[in-house]
Design a protein around this ligand. Sequence first.
Ligand code: FAD
Length: 598
Amino acid sequence: MSSHDTTGAERTSLPAYDQIDVSVLVVGAGAAGARTAIELAEHGVEDLLVLGKRNHGDAHTTWARGGINGALGTHDPEDSWAIHAADTLNEGHFLNDPGKVETVTEQMPERLRELDEWGMDFSRTDGGEIDQRFFGAQSFRRTAFAGDHTGESMLNALVDRAQELSVPYRENVMVTKLLSDGEQLYGAVGFDMDTGQFLLFNAGTVVLAAGGYAASYNRHTSRDDENNGDGPALAYYAGAELMDMEFVQFHPTGMAVDESDPEWEPWSGRLVTEAVRGEGGRLYNTAGERFMERYSPDQMELDARDVVARAIAKEIKEGRGTENGGVYLDLSHKDAAFIQERLPRMYERFQELGVDMAAEPVEVAPTAHYGMGGVAVDEHGETSVDGLFAIGETMAGVHGANRLGGNSLAETVAFGVVAGERIAERTDGPGSLPDSVVGGVAEPHLRDLSELAGCNGDHDVMDVFTAIQDVLWDHAGILRDEASMRAGLDALDDLRHKATDMSVGPVTSRSFEFAVDVGFMLTAAEAVLRGGLERTESRGAHYRTDNPETDPDWRQNIYFELADLGGMSTHTEPVGTSSQAVQDALDEGHELDYHQLE
Ligand SMILES: Cc1cc2nc3c(=O)[nH]c(=O)nc-3n(C[C@H](O)[C@H](O)[C@H](O)COP(=O)(O)OP(=O)(O)OC[C@H]3O[C@@H](n4cnc5c(N)ncnc54)[C@H](O)[C@@H]3O)c2cc1C
């Protein structure tokens, strides 16, 4: 690492920064970043650095609850990777990239066994095998789990493995810009959130594993300070394309609470894991009807997330919802010991709030959960910018128009391996950061950052931040139409203007971090709205009340890129075809029969 004191006369506003040279910079320390780093280290790449915005081992991944998919066939030996792929394509309404789906589903049995070997605390059958539970819209029990703290257990195992391999980590560093000339990647700029020191990374390869954009909605399941679109926006401004951004999954069961009660208010929108329905949870409206009988008599509560979310939204809209704007999710037909064993964290959370899940239902309503879109990548996880990879929740392609629960954790480790192998084959040192990129990209950005810190503008950062979240929830929510999305884009223009005049604290303050995030969120939100407007059909999680049918001609992905004049341009491309094995599985027509659960 070298230091640059750049307070020369003609460059007075350029702040000092430290330069760090590495071959591979992994931006993100969740499951995707950790698994990539392990693969690199196992291939002998030592000159790498993993960094995250939070402490070591503390990433959004730890919030994942219900499970991770892989066709192990513990209970259902007839399951296979091809049927897993077929279920994924069905749930994705055939907008997924079939090659990427197969990459994930083919690998997963091996990835699960490997996690087991590395110490992941899987729940087990009486015979000691990795247990598997039902999850929505899956033909067989294929969701492996660690109680209802699957993500935490998984990340612990990955971090332990990375430490065994001496993978270097750096905590509390936020990356604010990637350095590229639009074709080649050279590194990144960021800052140390504890000390405020600006950092310039000279790296020949950057892996973006920085999560997604679902927290850009005001009612969401994510941590408030994660999933604000950092990954997609960083890639977009480096010259990579985004894809499928209009597809945002609304999880059917977020907590519906009395928001005027300070004890309950922080829990609004938080996830009630799908595993509650997977373990037999039933949905009722205030008229006492088990309303999924009307919407999906075969798959009932375990139909696809978009189907269940729209059903709940309809019940609430038509006046059969609770005072807190939800419906009831009831598991009280199971005894307390069963719930405590299978869903310990959920049981505990509600018990602390004074609700006994074994005796009474909980209130739930849809909440923004996951962005299926993200950065467009090839089969190795590489973007169109040479040396820039994007994986995990940051990448697009695996989930199509709607994500199968349990598939995102699967995607993190499967693509971590694929990208890691690819990078290891060709990495050859940090590379050289051209002066033109330092002078033309890094230094102007460092000046901008320095000016942002301590800015004394008219608008509060958090007001702008939450206003963007409101725009997405109000204008690109579960039900969308053209007029509303156009109004949403106008509202974003106004917020973009306000974002240039915010009141921001020093570099180490939370307001500085959130001010940077405002920029990322504006990009993600614009892509969601533009994609939603352009896609004149309904498919999966994207439901347009003015175009309620699925249009077969729209079996195309929408791509978003930064145009020469700085605006966002879009184009479409048709989706690829599946292998024969997966086509056969599709033709066989596997489907979950919910009633076998009862
Ligand atoms: C409540 C909840 C429950 C879920 N349950 C499940 C489940 O049961 N099964 C399932 O398959 N999926 C589940 N998911 C989804 C799943 O958790 C995520 O998709 C997955 O963990 C994403 O992992 P990741 O490694 O891609 O990103 P993350 O775990 O989000 O990690 C992102 C990393 O990037 C870092 N980072 C972000 N921005 C920057 C920046 N600008 N600079 C530096 N670092 C940055 C972060 O600090 C973090 O280290 C759930 C999600 C939620 C919200």
